[in-house]
Design a protein around this ligand. Structure first.
Ligand code: NAD
Ligand code: UDP
Ligand code: UDP
Length: 311
Protein backbone atom coordinates (compact mmCIF):
# COMPACT_ATOMS: atom_id res chain seq x y z
CA UNK A 1 0.00 0.00 0.00
CA UNK A 2 1.32 3.40 -1.01
CA UNK A 3 2.10 5.61 1.99
CA UNK A 4 2.93 9.30 2.39
CA UNK A 5 6.14 9.32 4.35
CA UNK A 6 7.79 12.29 6.03
CA UNK A 7 11.60 12.22 6.04
CA UNK A 8 13.11 15.00 8.15
CA UNK A 9 16.69 15.72 7.14
CA UNK A 10 15.76 14.23 3.77
CA UNK A 11 18.28 16.33 1.84
CA UNK A 12 21.18 14.99 3.90
CA UNK A 13 23.47 12.03 3.32
CA UNK A 14 21.30 9.30 4.86
CA UNK A 15 17.97 11.08 4.23
CA UNK A 16 18.54 11.24 0.49
CA UNK A 17 19.36 7.52 0.29
CA UNK A 18 16.33 6.73 2.44
CA UNK A 19 14.14 8.83 0.12
CA UNK A 20 15.44 6.82 -2.85
CA UNK A 21 14.53 3.57 -1.10
CA UNK A 22 11.06 4.69 -0.01
CA UNK A 23 10.22 5.92 -3.52
CA UNK A 24 11.50 2.64 -4.96
CA UNK A 25 9.11 0.79 -2.64
CA UNK A 26 6.24 2.76 -4.24
CA UNK A 27 5.66 5.44 -1.60
CA UNK A 28 5.29 9.21 -1.63
CA UNK A 29 8.06 11.10 0.16
CA UNK A 30 7.77 14.47 1.85
CA UNK A 31 11.33 15.62 2.37
CA UNK A 32 11.63 18.29 5.06
CA UNK A 33 14.98 20.02 5.49
CA UNK A 34 16.43 23.40 6.47
CA UNK A 35 19.54 22.79 4.29
CA UNK A 36 21.97 23.36 7.17
CA UNK A 37 24.17 20.44 6.10
CA UNK A 38 21.99 18.92 3.39
CA UNK A 39 21.87 20.09 -0.21
CA UNK A 40 19.57 20.24 -3.19
CA UNK A 41 22.30 18.36 -5.04
CA UNK A 42 21.66 15.22 -2.94
CA UNK A 43 18.02 15.13 -4.05
CA UNK A 44 18.38 16.77 -7.43
CA UNK A 45 17.52 13.52 -9.20
CA UNK A 46 14.23 13.34 -7.27
CA UNK A 47 12.92 16.86 -7.83
CA UNK A 48 11.01 15.90 -10.99
CA UNK A 49 9.52 12.76 -9.41
CA UNK A 50 5.78 13.26 -8.88
CA UNK A 51 5.92 11.21 -5.68
CA UNK A 52 8.58 13.47 -4.14
CA UNK A 53 7.94 16.80 -2.46
CA UNK A 54 10.49 19.12 -0.88
CA UNK A 55 9.64 21.38 2.06
CA UNK A 56 12.14 23.88 3.42
CA UNK A 57 11.52 23.94 7.16
CA UNK A 58 13.36 23.83 10.48
CA UNK A 59 12.00 21.10 12.79
CA UNK A 60 12.57 23.21 15.87
CA UNK A 61 9.33 24.93 14.75
CA UNK A 62 5.99 23.10 14.69
CA UNK A 63 4.72 21.73 11.43
CA UNK A 64 1.24 20.58 10.50
CA UNK A 65 1.21 17.96 7.76
CA UNK A 66 -0.87 14.88 6.98
CA UNK A 67 1.36 11.82 6.60
CA UNK A 68 1.31 8.08 7.36
CA UNK A 69 4.82 7.62 8.82
CA UNK A 70 7.77 9.72 10.00
CA UNK A 71 11.50 9.06 9.77
CA UNK A 72 13.18 11.70 11.96
CA UNK A 73 16.73 12.18 10.64
CA UNK A 74 17.13 15.97 10.85
CA UNK A 75 20.32 16.79 12.77
CA UNK A 76 23.88 17.57 11.70
CA UNK A 77 25.96 14.42 12.21
CA UNK A 78 29.56 15.42 11.73
CA UNK A 79 31.47 16.90 14.69
CA UNK A 80 32.51 20.09 12.87
CA UNK A 81 28.93 20.78 11.85
CA UNK A 82 27.21 19.91 15.11
CA UNK A 83 29.77 21.94 17.05
CA UNK A 84 29.37 24.99 14.77
CA UNK A 85 26.16 26.06 16.58
CA UNK A 86 25.87 23.69 19.53
CA UNK A 87 22.73 25.32 20.97
CA UNK A 88 20.92 24.81 17.65
CA UNK A 89 22.15 21.17 17.64
CA UNK A 90 20.53 20.46 21.00
CA UNK A 91 17.39 22.33 19.94
CA UNK A 92 17.18 20.27 16.75
CA UNK A 93 17.37 16.99 18.66
CA UNK A 94 15.17 17.96 21.61
CA UNK A 95 12.62 20.50 20.36
CA UNK A 96 12.65 18.79 16.97
CA UNK A 97 11.80 15.46 18.65
CA UNK A 98 8.96 17.09 20.62
CA UNK A 99 7.48 18.58 17.45
CA UNK A 100 7.76 15.36 15.46
CA UNK A 101 6.39 13.29 18.35
CA UNK A 102 3.52 15.79 18.70
CA UNK A 103 2.80 15.29 15.01
CA UNK A 104 2.94 11.49 15.36
CA UNK A 105 0.68 11.64 18.42
CA UNK A 106 -1.95 13.79 16.66
CA UNK A 107 -1.94 11.56 13.57
CA UNK A 108 -1.56 8.27 15.51
CA UNK A 109 1.29 7.18 13.24
CA UNK A 110 4.62 5.40 13.53
CA UNK A 111 7.79 7.42 14.00
CA UNK A 112 11.40 6.30 13.70
CA UNK A 113 14.24 8.15 15.41
CA UNK A 114 17.75 8.23 13.97
CA UNK A 115 19.66 7.96 17.22
CA UNK A 116 23.36 7.27 17.39
CA UNK A 117 26.17 5.19 18.83
CA UNK A 118 27.25 8.50 20.39
CA UNK A 119 24.71 7.83 23.15
CA UNK A 120 27.39 5.40 24.42
CA UNK A 121 29.93 8.26 24.56
CA UNK A 122 33.49 7.06 25.12
CA UNK A 123 32.44 3.50 25.97
CA UNK A 124 33.86 1.56 28.89
CA UNK A 125 32.11 -1.59 27.65
CA UNK A 126 33.34 -3.09 24.41
CA UNK A 127 31.66 -3.96 22.08
CA UNK A 128 28.50 -2.01 22.89
CA UNK A 129 25.18 -3.83 23.41
CA UNK A 130 21.92 -1.83 23.59
CA UNK A 131 21.82 -2.41 27.35
CA UNK A 132 25.01 -0.39 27.90
CA UNK A 133 24.04 2.96 29.40
CA UNK A 134 26.96 4.96 28.09
CA UNK A 135 29.72 7.29 29.24
CA UNK A 136 29.08 10.82 28.00
CA UNK A 137 30.78 13.98 29.28
CA UNK A 138 27.73 16.21 29.78
CA UNK A 139 29.73 19.45 29.50
CA UNK A 140 32.20 18.61 26.73
CA UNK A 141 32.16 19.82 23.11
CA UNK A 142 30.38 16.67 21.86
CA UNK A 143 27.63 16.89 24.48
CA UNK A 144 25.27 19.05 22.37
CA UNK A 145 24.99 16.11 20.00
CA UNK A 146 25.29 13.19 22.41
CA UNK A 147 23.01 14.59 25.13
CA UNK A 148 20.57 15.97 22.56
CA UNK A 149 20.23 12.49 21.07
CA UNK A 150 19.98 10.89 24.53
CA UNK A 151 17.20 13.30 25.50
CA UNK A 152 15.44 12.59 22.19
CA UNK A 153 15.48 8.87 23.07
CA UNK A 154 13.97 9.74 26.46
CA UNK A 155 11.22 11.75 24.76
CA UNK A 156 10.50 8.91 22.35
CA UNK A 157 10.07 6.42 25.17
CA UNK A 158 7.98 8.83 27.27
CA UNK A 159 5.64 9.63 24.33
CA UNK A 160 5.39 5.87 23.84
CA UNK A 161 4.53 5.12 27.47
CA UNK A 162 2.46 8.24 28.15
CA UNK A 163 0.70 8.77 24.81
CA UNK A 164 0.95 5.35 23.14
CA UNK A 165 2.97 6.70 20.22
CA UNK A 166 4.28 3.87 18.06
CA UNK A 167 8.08 4.38 18.13
CA UNK A 168 11.15 2.77 16.57
CA UNK A 169 14.55 3.88 17.86
CA UNK A 170 17.70 3.08 15.89
CA UNK A 171 21.23 3.61 17.17
CA UNK A 172 23.27 4.24 14.05
CA UNK A 173 27.01 3.55 14.04
CA UNK A 174 29.47 5.31 11.70
CA UNK A 175 28.08 5.13 8.17
CA UNK A 176 29.76 6.11 4.91
CA UNK A 177 29.07 6.17 1.21
CA UNK A 178 28.25 8.37 -1.78
CA UNK A 179 26.73 11.81 -0.97
CA UNK A 180 28.74 12.30 2.20
CA UNK A 181 29.73 15.93 2.13
CA UNK A 182 33.37 16.15 0.92
CA UNK A 183 34.17 18.81 3.55
CA UNK A 184 32.12 17.65 6.47
CA UNK A 185 35.15 16.49 8.39
CA UNK A 186 34.18 12.88 8.93
CA UNK A 187 37.03 10.47 8.70
CA UNK A 188 36.00 8.47 5.63
CA UNK A 189 35.33 11.53 3.49
CA UNK A 190 38.47 13.29 4.77
CA UNK A 191 40.77 10.35 4.04
CA UNK A 192 39.34 9.66 0.58
CA UNK A 193 39.40 13.31 -0.50
CA UNK A 194 42.95 13.74 0.86
CA UNK A 195 44.13 10.54 -0.83
CA UNK A 196 42.55 11.50 -4.16
CA UNK A 197 44.15 14.94 -4.04
CA UNK A 198 47.53 13.56 -2.93
CA UNK A 199 47.35 15.65 0.27
CA UNK A 200 48.51 14.50 3.70
CA UNK A 201 46.13 12.08 5.43
CA UNK A 202 45.27 13.71 8.76
CA UNK A 203 45.35 11.15 11.57
CA UNK A 204 44.01 12.54 14.83
CA UNK A 205 45.93 11.18 17.82
CA UNK A 206 48.07 8.10 17.16
CA UNK A 207 45.44 6.52 14.92
CA UNK A 208 44.91 3.47 17.14
CA UNK A 209 41.35 4.51 18.03
CA UNK A 210 38.75 2.32 16.36
CA UNK A 211 35.44 2.71 14.54
CA UNK A 212 33.18 0.23 12.76
CA UNK A 213 32.03 1.49 9.37
CA UNK A 214 28.74 0.56 7.75
CA UNK A 215 28.06 1.13 4.04
CA UNK A 216 25.02 3.34 3.45
CA UNK A 217 22.95 0.74 1.53
CA UNK A 218 23.24 -1.72 4.41
CA UNK A 219 22.29 0.99 6.88
CA UNK A 220 19.20 2.10 4.94
CA UNK A 221 18.08 -1.51 4.64
CA UNK A 222 18.31 -1.83 8.44
CA UNK A 223 16.36 1.39 8.88
CA UNK A 224 13.60 0.24 6.54
CA UNK A 225 13.39 -3.14 8.25
CA UNK A 226 13.14 -1.46 11.65
CA UNK A 227 10.27 0.80 10.55
CA UNK A 228 8.47 -2.28 9.25
CA UNK A 229 9.35 -4.56 12.17
CA UNK A 230 6.80 -6.38 14.31
CA UNK A 231 4.27 -4.24 16.17
CA UNK A 232 5.47 -3.46 19.68
CA UNK A 233 9.16 -3.69 18.84
CA UNK A 234 10.55 -0.29 19.76
CA UNK A 235 14.28 -0.84 20.00
CA UNK A 236 16.59 0.86 20.73
CA UNK A 237 18.47 -1.30 18.29
CA UNK A 238 22.07 -0.97 17.11
CA UNK A 239 22.54 -0.82 13.35
CA UNK A 240 26.13 -0.87 12.24
CA UNK A 241 28.89 -3.03 10.91
CA UNK A 242 30.67 -4.95 13.69
CA UNK A 243 33.96 -5.18 11.78
CA UNK A 244 36.26 -2.83 13.67
CA UNK A 245 39.19 -0.88 12.18
CA UNK A 246 41.80 1.49 13.53
CA UNK A 247 42.10 4.87 11.82
CA UNK A 248 45.60 3.81 10.70
CA UNK A 249 44.12 0.78 8.93
CA UNK A 250 41.48 2.96 7.30
CA UNK A 251 44.15 5.40 6.09
CA UNK A 252 46.21 2.56 4.57
CA UNK A 253 43.15 1.22 2.79
CA UNK A 254 42.24 4.67 1.42
CA UNK A 255 45.79 5.11 0.11
CA UNK A 256 45.89 1.63 -1.42
CA UNK A 257 42.49 1.85 -3.14
CA UNK A 258 43.16 5.28 -4.63
CA UNK A 259 46.74 4.43 -5.60
CA UNK A 260 47.74 7.58 -3.79
CA UNK A 261 51.14 8.98 -2.86
CA UNK A 262 49.71 10.72 0.21
CA UNK A 263 51.65 10.50 3.48
CA UNK A 264 50.26 10.22 6.99
CA UNK A 265 50.27 13.43 9.08
CA UNK A 266 49.53 13.21 12.78
CA UNK A 267 47.34 15.88 14.45
CA UNK A 268 46.11 16.25 18.01
CA UNK A 269 43.17 14.11 19.13
CA UNK A 270 39.98 16.17 19.63
CA UNK A 271 38.62 16.35 23.20
CA UNK A 272 36.33 13.47 24.25
CA UNK A 273 37.05 11.55 21.03
CA UNK A 274 35.88 7.97 21.75
CA UNK A 275 38.78 5.49 21.77
CA UNK A 276 36.83 2.53 20.47
CA UNK A 277 33.45 1.72 19.02
CA UNK A 278 31.87 -1.50 17.79
CA UNK A 279 28.22 -2.54 17.85
CA UNK A 280 26.74 -5.75 19.16
CA UNK A 281 24.13 -6.52 16.48
CA UNK A 282 22.44 -9.63 17.87
CA UNK A 283 19.16 -7.75 18.35
CA UNK A 284 19.13 -6.54 14.74
CA UNK A 285 19.87 -10.08 13.56
CA UNK A 286 17.07 -11.70 15.53
CA UNK A 287 14.40 -8.96 15.32
CA UNK A 288 15.06 -7.58 11.85
CA UNK A 289 16.89 -10.49 10.17
CA UNK A 290 19.45 -7.85 9.32
CA UNK A 291 23.20 -7.89 9.12
CA UNK A 292 25.55 -5.86 6.96
CA UNK A 293 26.63 -7.39 3.65
CA UNK A 294 29.09 -4.91 2.20
CA UNK A 295 32.71 -5.16 3.34
CA UNK A 296 34.66 -1.96 3.98
CA UNK A 297 36.94 -2.49 0.98
CA UNK A 298 33.97 -2.85 -1.41
CA UNK A 299 32.08 0.08 0.10
CA UNK A 300 35.18 2.27 -0.07
CA UNK A 301 35.61 1.48 -3.78
CA UNK A 302 32.05 2.74 -4.45
CA UNK A 303 32.63 5.81 -2.28
CA UNK A 304 35.96 6.61 -3.95
CA UNK A 305 34.23 6.36 -7.31
CA UNK A 306 31.67 8.95 -6.13
CA UNK A 307 34.24 11.37 -4.69
CA UNK A 308 36.46 11.15 -7.73
CA UNK A 309 33.52 12.55 -9.76
CA UNK A 310 32.47 15.36 -7.38
CA UNK A 311 35.68 16.87 -6.05
P1 NAD B 1 23.61 15.05 7.33
O1 NAD B 1 24.21 16.21 8.02
O2 NAD B 1 24.07 14.72 5.95
O3 NAD B 1 22.04 15.18 7.28
C1 NAD B 1 21.26 15.83 8.26
C2 NAD B 1 20.17 16.61 7.55
O4 NAD B 1 19.36 17.27 8.53
C3 NAD B 1 20.73 17.69 6.64
O5 NAD B 1 20.10 17.64 5.39
C4 NAD B 1 20.42 18.98 7.38
O6 NAD B 1 20.27 20.10 6.52
C5 NAD B 1 19.13 18.61 8.12
N1 NAD B 1 18.87 19.41 9.31
C6 NAD B 1 19.73 19.72 10.32
N2 NAD B 1 19.11 20.46 11.26
C7 NAD B 1 17.82 20.61 10.84
C8 NAD B 1 16.68 21.27 11.38
N3 NAD B 1 16.74 21.94 12.55
N4 NAD B 1 15.52 21.23 10.68
C9 NAD B 1 15.44 20.57 9.49
N5 NAD B 1 16.49 19.94 8.93
C10 NAD B 1 17.66 19.95 9.61
O7 NAD B 1 23.82 13.79 8.29
P2 NAD B 1 23.52 12.25 8.07
O8 NAD B 1 24.81 11.53 8.14
O9 NAD B 1 22.64 12.05 6.90
O10 NAD B 1 22.70 11.92 9.39
C11 NAD B 1 21.30 11.75 9.40
C12 NAD B 1 20.84 11.35 10.79
O11 NAD B 1 21.46 10.13 11.16
C13 NAD B 1 21.20 12.37 11.86
O12 NAD B 1 20.13 12.46 12.77
C14 NAD B 1 22.41 11.75 12.52
O13 NAD B 1 22.51 12.16 13.86
C15 NAD B 1 22.13 10.28 12.40
N6 NAD B 1 23.37 9.50 12.43
C16 NAD B 1 24.21 9.47 11.36
C17 NAD B 1 25.39 8.75 11.44
C18 NAD B 1 26.34 8.66 10.28
O14 NAD B 1 27.37 8.01 10.41
N7 NAD B 1 26.06 9.24 9.15
C19 NAD B 1 25.71 8.06 12.62
C20 NAD B 1 24.84 8.13 13.69
C21 NAD B 1 23.66 8.84 13.58
N1 UDP C 1 3.08 19.65 16.94
C1 UDP C 1 3.36 19.82 15.60
N2 UDP C 1 2.47 19.32 14.68
C2 UDP C 1 1.36 18.65 15.05
C3 UDP C 1 1.10 18.48 16.42
C4 UDP C 1 1.99 18.98 17.34
O1 UDP C 1 4.34 20.41 15.22
O2 UDP C 1 0.61 18.23 14.16
C5 UDP C 1 4.05 20.18 17.91
C6 UDP C 1 3.48 21.32 18.71
O3 UDP C 1 4.38 22.40 18.62
C7 UDP C 1 3.50 20.82 20.12
C8 UDP C 1 4.48 19.67 20.10
O4 UDP C 1 4.39 19.14 18.79
O5 UDP C 1 3.97 21.80 21.01
C9 UDP C 1 4.18 18.60 21.09
O6 UDP C 1 2.85 18.16 20.90
P1 UDP C 1 2.01 17.60 22.13
O7 UDP C 1 0.64 17.26 21.63
O8 UDP C 1 2.76 16.56 22.81
O9 UDP C 1 2.02 18.81 23.14
P2 UDP C 1 1.11 20.08 23.34
O10 UDP C 1 0.47 20.41 22.02
O11 UDP C 1 0.15 19.67 24.37
O12 UDP C 1 2.11 21.11 23.78
N1 UDP D 1 39.60 11.33 12.44
C1 UDP D 1 40.90 11.36 11.96
N2 UDP D 1 41.19 12.18 10.92
C2 UDP D 1 40.25 12.96 10.32
C3 UDP D 1 38.92 12.93 10.80
C4 UDP D 1 38.63 12.10 11.87
O1 UDP D 1 41.77 10.64 12.47
O2 UDP D 1 40.60 13.68 9.37
C5 UDP D 1 39.27 10.41 13.55
C6 UDP D 1 38.49 11.03 14.70
O3 UDP D 1 39.38 11.61 15.63
C7 UDP D 1 37.76 9.84 15.25
C8 UDP D 1 37.49 8.96 14.03
O4 UDP D 1 38.41 9.41 13.03
O5 UDP D 1 38.57 9.13 16.15
C9 UDP D 1 36.08 9.06 13.49
O6 UDP D 1 35.76 10.43 13.33
P1 UDP D 1 34.40 10.94 12.68
O7 UDP D 1 34.34 12.42 12.88
O8 UDP D 1 34.27 10.41 11.31
O9 UDP D 1 33.26 10.21 13.53
P2 UDP D 1 32.95 10.08 15.10
O10 UDP D 1 34.12 10.55 15.90
O11 UDP D 1 31.76 10.93 15.31
O12 UDP D 1 32.73 8.64 15.27
Amino acid sequence: MKKRILVTGGAGFLGSHLSDRLLKEGNEVLCLDNFFTGSRQNIHHLLENKNFELIRHDITFPTYLEVDEIYNLACPASPIHYQFDPVQTTKTSVIGAINMLGLAKRLKIKILQASTSEVYGDPEVHPQPETYKGNVNTIGPRACYDEGKRCAETLFFDYHRQHNVDIKVMRIFNTYGPRMHPNDGRVVSNFIVQALKGEDITIYGDGTQTRSFCYVDDLIDGMYRLMNSRSGFTGPVNIGNPKEFTMLELAQLAIELTNSKSKLAFRSLPQDDPLQRKPVIEMAKSELQWEPRIALRDGLIKTIDYFSKVI
